[in-house]
Design a protein around this ligand. Sequence first.
Ligand code: FAD
Length: 486
Amino acid sequence: MEFGLSLLCMKMKFLVFLLVLSSPCKFIQSPMDFGPLSLLQTTESASLDFGRIYFNTPSGVLRPQSPKEISLLLSVLSSSSFRVTVAAKGAGHSINGQAQALNGIVVEMDYFPKSIKIHKNDKGLSFADVSGGTLWAQLLEETLKQGLAPFSWTDYLYLSIGGTLSNAGISGQTFKYGPQISNVLQLDVVTGLGELLTCSPSQDSELFYGVLGGLGQFGIITSARIMLQQTPTKVKWVRAFYDSFEDFMKDQELLVGEMADLVDYALARICITLEIVAICKPLIFQVLEEVSRRMKFMPSLLFSVEVPYFDFLNRVGMEEIHLRKIGLWDVSHPWLNMFVPRSGITKFKDLLLDIISPQSFEGPVLIYPILRDKWNSNSSVVLPESDTPEGIDNIVYIVGILRSSNPNKCSTKCLNQFLKLNRNITMTATDPLNGIGGKQYLPHYTEEEKWREHFGNKWERFKARKSSYDPLNMLAPGQAIFKRKS
Ligand code: FAD
């Protein structure tokens, strides 16, 4: 019951966790000729996402059976005079309609055939070639059969490969292995012009890095090559509580810095719990003793449990079952995620404590550090920068304000208030005059000017990539970055 727990924690002082924590096909009435393609008019699933804030209805849905079908759709549309847009939809777990296409066409990648092939290269490194609509949970189940798993995760596994790679894919392993986009060797992509291209750091690298974190703007990922490592069967999951924000932050930075070799996962909640996970290996007890000796949590509030690796990774999946039972999963989720440089994190925490009332907050607030040098600066993701006397600070915090809007307590008016609050937080945190220096993760803006500010010195490269790979601005209209050209 993580959401309930977080509410409780908001009332306490500070607490930290250490974790290893259709109908038959119908042709859409359209003058365009898609040859053998069937576009469905069953648009309900394509107008819905986890956020339940936007419900944009497309005029048709493609449930593709091969990359060629996606290619055909995009090449016909890009050579026609119709100003139609196309959005790939993975698991539809966006918050702000990012996978929707008002009056356009949604390509439902969850219907794309699942394919997972595990290989070893000539250097003995294992990797999986996995199709774009596959869920991370499905990939994990398959790789575990060979004692393997991807390096980097999200908290929740029922997200698609293509969906998280279009953003970044982060969690408590990111400090160690980088985001999911740092663990990809190659991609197969259908560009906005309908070209089927394979790209990697050494082949069409602008497309490769552009697509990683590229918010679906440059092409539809049909396959990704994901690096794998040997997996543990069990992990030690430790939860520690703090009564001082400063100690909580210092310990987190200790974990991801000097002690990074000892732990495998570190994620914290602002309530303030720190979760640490260490893979069960010989000397695990000495490792945990060393971790405990150097950290400043409240000694009487340290809890640990040994769990199978899968159960640890699937912890939010278990939470989902509970929330579904009590009717609190399919509700609106006015979530906000921000990257905040270390220099602005205390101010940002103060801003949140000023603005958010624990009495009206349902859901967790996550806060944990990641390391800039684990991210490839050629990818489309924007991390905030902050200078120190030694150069740009390597530590950046990710803060997730994951509010649920309980329909029994919160009307449309109240949901709109939460959305306004998020806009205010974003405005304050991104205004250079306020000394926080934040950037949104899973960004949501509706004006080009705001996107330009968001991308900063990466804007021109982002725009150039768009002109190369989707010159008509057909793809991912739900991100509201570019307007469809005629
Ligand atoms: P969708 O919502 O379907 O799509 C997202 C965007 O990607 C859209 O613009 C879409 O057009 C595009 N897209 C989708 N598929 C493709 C494709 N094949 N090729 C190109 N573009 C594509 N994120 C984290 O980083 N860490 C977390 O721990 C985390 N936890 C989460 C927990 C929950 C319960 C939820 C709801 C979300 C969480 N997220 C997390 C956010 C999540 O990573 C993003 O919302 C991600 O986009 C979801 O993937 P999806 O398959 O649902 O994407």
